[in-house]
Design a protein around this ligand. Structure first.
Ligand SMILES: CC(C)(COP(=O)(O)OP(=O)(O)OC[C@H]1O[C@@H](n2cnc3c(N)ncnc32)[C@H](O)[C@@H]1OP(=O)(O)O)[C@@H](O)C(=O)NCCC(=O)NCCS
Length: 257
């Protein structure tokens, strides 16, 4: 265990084997950090809030939380959580294994997140959002939950089904559902539910066709979607095996096998 002398770790926190805590990081009461996790400098872990209803914070094994990130009490993360710098994740976020939070991203909590969800820089996810597994949130996309801001009635977060991809700077309006494997194009404004397996683009978003029609550049006209046929980087082998069974696999030249 490598705890910096300049870190402030509550004696009521539970730290596993080989946990590393960087300088100026604060670990609050009742936080549970599993084996092999690294928390860099200047982080706040388990920030107290009444909204956590007294629940603790659990960070799974082999996670990496980069400097200046803030995690509130009352959330739970599987193994392999990774963040960029200055990520904020609020209370009552429940995420499966392999959750990635980009630099400067903000998850406002009260959110369920499946396995291996990847979000990139500057993403905003409001309370009440439901995110399936293997979803991608690309830089600066904004999900919303308040139809008539400011209000505190009728807020409802978006629902993102498995394998959905929300591209850079897209905006999803409250309560909208993005169907299984669908792609929301860059800068798109999604005002209505999106069915499964389509690409939507524009302001307001309109269906442009099935995702299979988008071609992967430089790969012999191979379809870019479903993306798990050709993109496996960083996913565990058992997950990739299930994808190959479900979607098939493209060879290096781009032809489907
Ligand atoms: C939607 C997208 C997947 C389409 O890719 P594509 O099929 O290769 O698109 P093309 O470049 O062949 O363009 C096809 C047409 O769609 C238009 N188009 C492309 N992207 C668009 C977008 N985001 N919104 C609106 N129209 C778009 C093009 O202008 C073109 O129209 P035209 O035929 O009238 O000239 C892609 O443009 C996109 O948004 N990628 C996301 C990039 C991103 O956010 N990356 C994040 C990681 S950095």
């Amino acid at each position: 265990m490598k705890i910096s002398k300049l870190a402030q770790v509550s004696p009521r926190a539970r730290l596993g084997e080989n946990v590393s805590i960087g300088p100026y990081t604060i670990v609050h009461d009742d936080v549970e950090i599993d084996d092999g996790t690294t928390i860099e400098s200047h982080c706040v872990i388990g920030c107290p809030t009444e909204l956590a209803d007294g629940k603790s914070l659990k960070i799974g094994s082999n996670s990496l939380i980069r400097s200046h990130s803030v995690f509130y009490a009352g959330s739970s993360f599987g193994s392999g959580l990774r963040t960029g710098n200055r990520a904020t994740v609020r209370e009552k976020t429940v995420a499966g294994d392999g959750f990635q939070v980009g630099a400067n991203a903000e998850f406002q909590g009260h959110t369920t997140i499946g396995r291996h969800v990847r979000s990139q820089s500057g993403v905003f996810v409001p309370q009440g959002t439901q995110i399936g597994s293997f979803v991608w949130l690309l830089p600066h996309c904004v999900l919303t939950n308040d139809p008539h801001p400011p209000s505190d009635v009728a807020t409802v977060g978006p629902i993102l089904e498995d394998f959905a991809v929300v591209c850079a700077m897209a905006c999803i309006l409250p309560g909208v559902r993005i169907g299984y494997g669908s792609v929301v194009a860059a800068k798109c404004l999604v005002t209505r539910d999106v069915p499964a397996g389509v690409i939507v683009a524009g302001v307001p978003a309109r269906v442009r066709g099935p995702v299979e029609e988008v071609r992967l550049r430089g790969r012999n006209g191979m379809p870019a979607y479903p993306w798990p046929r050709h993109f496996h980087r960083g996913y565990p082998p058992d997950v990739v095996e299930t994808w190959i069974r479900r979607f098939g696999e493209a060879d290096k030249e781009g032809s489907p096998t």
